[in-house]
Design a protein around this ligand. Structure first.
Ligand code: GLY
Length: 368
């Protein structure tokens, strides 16, 4: 069991990474119940696996669990589901001091966090992430949002959870494709600023996917520690430090837009291809050794993740992809900050990237 603190001035909180925590859920959550009751949100897929065990675990500590269930998938991050959830919370008499549970992956966490940020002008919430991506990225750091017709995550708030409880054992029921997509975000932390961790990922990939619990625990812990450190340094992405977490996301966002933000390409898969493209674009600019870009792509490929436009189901021309990038919420004054690499573990934020050059690079990538 490992406890990681997110040292935010005013609102520090803990992330507990504990294999088997869900078997002993009442002990971990008793302090967040009010009058013997917890309220929360989950999705249909997670409910099928975890609702009964969690209810029983809480009942053992005399706590009842009242859950709002949303459909699986990005569609739940919508005005419609936000309104339904808020109505439900208000109907249940939610109070500011309550801790609303988010039991699920990134969609449930983002929707619940945003509802918690605005219900009664702000309630507490607790993250119980059940996907690898949510465990190593979205449950930590307080980014909450829904999608709108104009794009993904365009309406939301920074709202930090009061507690994050991660049970690596729950990954046993996660579909293999989602596990791979989450692994891309684990590898990301190595590529950003930790070459030793990247090498650890190379050495331990097979054991991770074979289900080795100690290796999974270490991977999650390393990722969460990295994220907690970065978030504590730059909570609202104002100094450029937190922006490092967006490695692969600008290219990836264009690929997700091209594939309609659909199951054709999961977010983590888009990030994998986006990171491979960011490294090769850095080589194209003469700023990164080609062997580092090859090494980054080799690990992602060995993890059955996409690393080319074709593999990301997005074999379109560079101008179209760059056009998608222009709708990115990070656009500022007509330019788009790009995460580029000088090597493995040496990511940096470039502010004056020529989008026409990016389009030419992407056109050349189609031949790959
Ligand atoms: N997923 C990027 C961030 O939390 O800043």
């Amino acid at each position: 069991m490992t406890r990681v603190s997110v040292d935010l001035a005013g609102a520090p909180y803990d992330i507990l990474i504990a294999p088997g925590a869900f078997d002993d859920i009442g002990t971990h959550l008793a302090g967040y119940a009010r009058a013997g009751r917890l309220i929360g949100v989950t999705d249909e897929g997670v409910a099928a696996h975890w609702l009964e065990p969690l209810k029983q675990g809480l009942a053992a500590c005399d706590i009842t669990l009242d859950l709002f269930t949303v459909p699986q998938g990005e569609g739940a991050k919508s005005w419609t589901w936000l309104e339904r959830l808020l109505d439900w919370l208000l109907d249940r008499g939610v109070e500011r001091g309550d801790h609303i549970l988010a039991l699920g992956g990134g969609v449930v966490g983002d929707l619940t966090g945003f509802a918690a940020a605005i219900a009664k002008r702000g309630c507490n919430f607790v993250q119980l992430p059940t996907s690898l991506l949510a465990q190593v990225d979205s449950s930590v750091g307080g980014k909450t949002a829904i999608n709108t017709g104009a794009g993904k995550n365009l309406v939301g708030a920074f709202h930090q959870p009061a507690f994050v409880l991660i049970d690596p054992k729950v990954l046993a029921t996660l579909p293999a494709r989602e596990l791979r997509a989450g692994w891309a975000e684990v590898v990301k932390y190595g590529l950003i600023d930790d070459a030793d961790f990247f090498a650890w990922c190379e050495d331990n990939r097979a054991a991770f996917f074979a289900g080795d619990l100690a290796i999974r625990q270490t991977a999650i812990e390393k990722a969460v520690r990295a994220k907690a450190r970065i978030v504590a340094e730059d909570e609202r992405e104002t100094t450029g430090v937190r922006a490092l977490l967006n490695l692969g996301h600008t290219f990836g966002h264009a690929l997700e837009a091209e594939t309609g933000f659909s199951k054709r390409l999961l977010h983590g898969e888009a990030v994998a291809a986006g990171m491979a493209l960011a490294f090769r674009y850095s080589v194209h600019r003469g700023e990164c050794p080609a062997e580092d870009a090859q090494r980054a792509a080799a690990l992602l490929s060995a993890s059955a993740l996409p690393v080319t436009l074709l593999e990301a189901d997005s074999d379109t021309d560079g101008a179209t992809l760059v056009d998608h990038m222009r709708h990115d919420k990070k656009m500022a004054g007509g330019t788009l900050p790009f995460l580029l690499a000088r090597g493995i573990g040496q990511t940096w934020l470039a502010k004056n990237v020529d989008l026409n050059d990016v389009a030419r690079f992407l056109d050349a990538e189609r031949a790959r």
